[in-house]
Every structure is written in structure tokens, then in C-alpha cells.
Ligand binder design. Sequence first.
Ligand code: FAD
Ligand code: DHB
Length: 383
Amino acid sequence: MRTQVAIIGAGPAGLLLAHLLHRGGVDAVVIETRSQEYVAARIRAGILESSSVDLLTSAGLGDRIRREGHEHRGIYLQTPDGRHHLDFVDLTGRSVWVYGQTEVQKDLVAAGTAQVFYGAASVALHSLSSRPFVTFTDSSGSDQRLDADVIAGCDGSFGPSRSFFDSSVERVYPYSWLGILADVAPSTDELIYAWHPDGFALHSMRSDTVSRLYLQVPNGTDPAGWSDDRIWSALATRLGDGQDGWKLTPGPITDKSVLPMRSYVQTPMRRGRLFVAGDAAHIVPPTGAKGLNLAIADVALLSRALVALLVEGDSRRADSYSDDALRRVWRCTHFSWWMTTMLHASGDPFDEQLQLSQLRWVTSSAAGAAGLAENYAGLPIGF
Ligand code: FAD
Ligand code: DHB
């Protein structure tokens, strides 16, 4: 088999890349180890920056976001001084959208532009410096070889692409998130990020009837040790139930999982004819909701670079892809680290005072608030 771009991984990065390449007149084939149902059901990110929504809209994928997504003007920051609203639209002119990664994934599948081999096994990348090809066993057990001009590694943090890069930097954080999905209307109109001496809490949502909430927990926490009552009680305490008449409404929990947190950046984002995008190249801790948005921004740059390379024979964007993408990657890596370290309890009294001072600045100074808003609502693609 032959294609122009062999894409490893059918997560949002891989499927969006296939879609954008198709629109640019470039053939692509996607190889994915999991089943289509498994990929579609994975519960992950929930917030899209305005630049991600603009990109998806310009790619013909914006209709359902605008119909079923919820546009938010900003977020609440909860501190010991009370709850403060940061209005991103006033501060930066840009909003964010609540629209789950599962929905983005469904829209990409419904677009039908990607040819995907789901359920592949033994996926291996070869000959990256000149005539690259991928070998794998397809879901019916037949061995396949896919020759391509370029391989795009969109295979997340555990895929094979990462083994071709040996230069990376990493930070592991001393806490994790216990995340729940609950069949209950959100108790807030916009997300609440709460600093609390017991640990961070976040009230997010997926729709008018489904809430998504997170609690800071120690690394190695077993979700089985957290009963539903214990979770709702900790969330109520940390999110300020009872303060200024606000109430957290509990409901049936339908999913419970623990997420470890780390930052990771691999450089460069290209080796020979292998280009990497999304979680295959970098991981951010979830605070600030950058992971999915960063994957979308990488793919916007990479699709343009590959269309220029393979349709027009112009290699300039491909040659600068890694540097161009890494500028935004490091901005988001810093922002996610900053939000994480500002909001999570570390047990160190010096850290605690710095956090409270920083939060006071962000919630009382227009300049401080604008800095957070500009990063959260998202810098333009190509920043
Ligand atoms: P992925 O979505 O990981 O897709 C990679 C794909 O490659 C997968 O489908 C995988 O099965 C496939 N693959 C792996 N190995 C192979 C192989 N050998 N061959 C072929 N295919 C392979 N971000 C946020 O912004 N907010 C959140 O709340 C949030 N929550 C998260 C929760 C979890 C548990 C995780 C893991 C991530 C979360 N993220 C969150 C991050 C966000 O979901 C990712 O940044 C986003 O999924 C990146 O997309 P991707 O396509 O690069 O990688
Ligand atoms: C969600 C996750 C985040 O990390 C975040 O900062 C905001 C929202 C979510 O899953 O809804």
C-alpha cells in the first residue's frame, strides 16, 4: 500500500491531520491500535480555546460545536477571599467553549475524510531518513506495509514515535487528579478553579445535564478508596458550598479515574521524514485545559507544512515546523505549570504564601487577570 502521509494514531491529532490534509489535496492513511468504539468513548478534555474553535470551523467541523457546545466568557477563581470572575471576553476579546474531546472525535469520524485501520497490532516505523514505511498487522490478522512520503506520529504519550527522539525534558508533579463524571446539572454557569488548603478542586461540565469535577489527591491514590459520599463532601468543602448562598448539587457518579500529572517536551518535533504532533511530542498537566488545544494547534501548522511540501514542493514550512510549533508548546507548558503550581496544595508554607499572593494579584489587577485570560482563551495559531 502507498500513501503520501502515514499517520500513526487516530486520536484528535491524527484524525484532524488526516481531515486537513484531505482538504488540502494530500492523501493520508491512519493506523490505530485501538477499536473505533474505544477511541470514541475515552473521556478526556472538555474545553476548546477560541482559536481551536476557529480552526475547526474553517475546516467545516464547527456546526455542532456552535449548536451544542456552550460558549463561556471566562472562569471563576475561588480563593480564601471568595469567588472572583475573570471575564476573558472583556479582557482579551476571546471566549472559550465547553465541548468534549469525545464530541470532537465524533465530528471527525462523521466527516468521513480519514481512511483508518483500527485494531492494528505490531505497528513499527522504518527508514525515517529517506523512504519511510510502516508495518503492522491489520484487524483481520494480515501483515501490511504502508509506504509514504512522510510519517506523522500522532500516537500520544505511549506510542512508538517517541522512541525515535532522545532529547526531552520532564517535570513530574507530586499530586494527581481524581476526576468524576456525574449525571447532574452543573452547579455553576462557568468553570470554578478553587484553591483550598485541603487541595485544589475544579468544577467543570460537559452539558446542561452532565458535570465533570476534579479533586487534587496524592500520587498513587486508588479511586476505590474514594466513596461517592467522600468525593462529594470533599468537593463541597473545597468549592465553597454554603458560602454566599452557593450550593453544590451532588448526583450519580458515572465515571471515576485518577490522572497523574506531568510536563514533558520533546525536541525537535521532527526526525528525518517523521514529524510528531500532540501528546506524542509533549504532555502538559491538565490545569488550564491546554492538552487538546495544543494538539489542534500543532496539527494546524503541520497540515499547512505538509500541503506545501507535498503539493507545491515547498519545504520551508516543513523545515521550520518544529521551531514554529515549539514556541506555542513552551508558552502552554509554562502556562499549565504556572496554573498547576499556583493552585495545588504542596504542604509547604512558603509555597502557600506565594500562591495566595499570586492569586490576589490575578484577581485584583487588570494586568494580572489579562495575562491569565490571554493564555487561557488561547493565543492565535502560529503564535
Ligand atoms: P491521543 O488522544 O492520546 O491519541 C493518540 C492515539 O494514538 C490513541 O488513539 C492511541 O490509541 C494511538 N496509539 C498509541 N500507540 C499506538 C501505536 N503503537 N500504533 C497506532 N496508534 C497508537 N487535556 C485537557 O486539555 N483537559 C483534560 O481534562 C484532559 N484530560 C485528560 C485525561 C486523560 C486520562 C488523558 C490521558 C489526557 C487528558 N488530556 C486532557 C489531554 C488530552 O486529552 C490530550 O492532550 C489529547 O488527547 C491529545 O491528542 P493526541 O491525538 O495527540 O493524543
Ligand atoms: C477540564 C479539564 C481541565 O484540565 C481544565 O482546566 C478545565 C476543564 C474538563 O475536563 O472539563
